[in-house]
Design a protein around this ligand. Structure first.
Ligand code: HEM
Ligand code: NAG
Ligand code: NAG
Ligand code: NAG
Length: 314
């Protein structure tokens, strides 16, 4: 009945959708025939890297975040190209480029000119999270690589650690995320480290910080100097992806000002409390928000390119 009454144009559109023709879509099976070992190659390489340096799981997750929020975090500057790596939130801060380069080399040997760097990074971020006992999530693949980058966008769109709650909510809303998703995604700070320069103001000037915690942090982050001294974002379990981050917020032990803003007599307090006692809810919400982040305006179809080397355009 349906088929005989459906106008031809609509029928054609349905066929094109089913075939995935036209505005190409991401798909979980994108490389299953063109690069069948892809997921195994990435998972093994990430596991090796995280075993050697557990923080790498966190670094890969953050690299993917900064790639999704802007354009092309993997592109290095050259004499005639300015990328995003020197932007304030990235310079002297991002890690994991070498791991992505190593994976890309292995992937190019197995299936040359097929797999994008953006897809490799999305999978590596997921696998890095899993390697630190975090949740997994189903990734759709088929992203292509950007040939452009934007230093200005990297400076303006990546949230800064001094932001207050309304500014954080706006920053994430600009990318299509709800306040709930902001709280869930911030839970990535259950792993990894931050430099003194990013939390100095908090430990000397904020009122809503645990006094014992602040004293300990000040010992390794003086008022002047020591900008690159590291402290864990989650003081309880820095190399385990769990819900301790939220428990820390309840005891005023968020490392960044932006972290503690999520639990500071405000609209997001209830969600922080809920995640602190229910890691399954946190994991589920985090995984869903990561899928959404991974799918932020990807290049598909014939847009962009498959870079041969992740740090430069072809
Ligand atoms: C909510 C707003 C956010 C702010 C203000 C923020 C800010 C920061 C800052 C300042 C650092 C330390 C950087 C340094 O020391 O140079 C950091 C580290 C980190 N961030 Fe965020 N971030 C936010 C959201 C996110 C999101 C959404 C993710 C991932 C989904 C993420 C993942 C990480 C990870 C894993 C680290 C540790 C990286 C490492 O140890 O190498 N952050 N973040
Ligand atoms: C940029 O410089 C490289 C050498 O560093 C050169 O090979 C390339 O052609 C230049 N690209 C443009 C667009 O000028
Ligand atoms: C400060 O942190 C400790 C754990 O180190 C906790 O027992 C205490 O309750 C916290 N204080 C406040 C005011 O949250
Ligand atoms: C919230 O308000 C109470 C009562 O005014 C205060 O004691 C507390 O320090 C404030 N901050 C947080 C993070 O709860």
């Amino acid at each position: 009945m349906m088929a005989t009454t459906t106008p031809n144009a609509v029928r054609l559109m349905l066929i094109l959708l089913v075939l995935g023709v036209g505005n190409a879509q991401l798909s979980p099976n994108f490389y299953s025939s063109s690069c069948p070992n892809l997921l195994t190659i990435i998972r093994n390489a990430v596991n090796t890297a995280v075993t050697a340096d557990p923080r790498m799981g966190a670094s890969l997750l953050r690299l993917h975040f900064h790639d999704c929020f802007v354009n092309a975090i993997l592109l290095s500057d050259t004499a005639n190209f300015t990328g995003e790596q020197t932007a304030a939130p990235n310079a002297n801060s991002l890690r994991g480029f070498g791991v992505i380069d190593t994976i890309k080399t292995q992937v190019e040997q197995a299936c040359p000119n097929i797999v994008s760097c953006a897809d490799i990074l999305a999978v590596a971020a997921r696998d890095g999270t899993v390697a630190l006992n975090g949740p997994s999530w189903a990734l759709a693949l088929g992203r292509r690589d950007s040939t452009t980058a934007s230093l200005t966008a990297a400076n303006n769109q990546i949230p800064a650690p001094g932001l207050n709650l309304p500014a954080l909510i706006t920053n994430f809303a600009n990318k299509g995320f709800t306040a709930n998703e902001l709280v869930a995604l911030s839970g990535s700070h259950t792993i990894g480290q931050a430099r003194c320069a990013t939390f100095r103001n908090r430990i000397y000037n904020d009122a809503n910080i645990n006094a014992t915690y602040a004293t300990t942090l000040r010992a390794n982050c003086p008022r002047t100097g020591g900008n690159n001294n590291l402290s864990p974002l989650d003081v309880v379990s820095p190399v385990v992806f769990n819900n301790d981050y939220y428990g820390n917020l309840l005891t005023r032990r968020g490392l960044l000002h932006s972290d503690q803003e999520l639990f500071n007599n405000a609209s997001t307090d209830a969600q922080v409390r809920a995640y602190s006692t229910n890691s399954a809810t946190f994991f589920n919400d985090f995984a869903n928000a990561m899928i959404k982040m991974s799918n932020l305006s990807p290049l598909t179809g014939t847009n962009g390119q498959i870079r041969r080397v992740c740090s430069r355009t072809n």
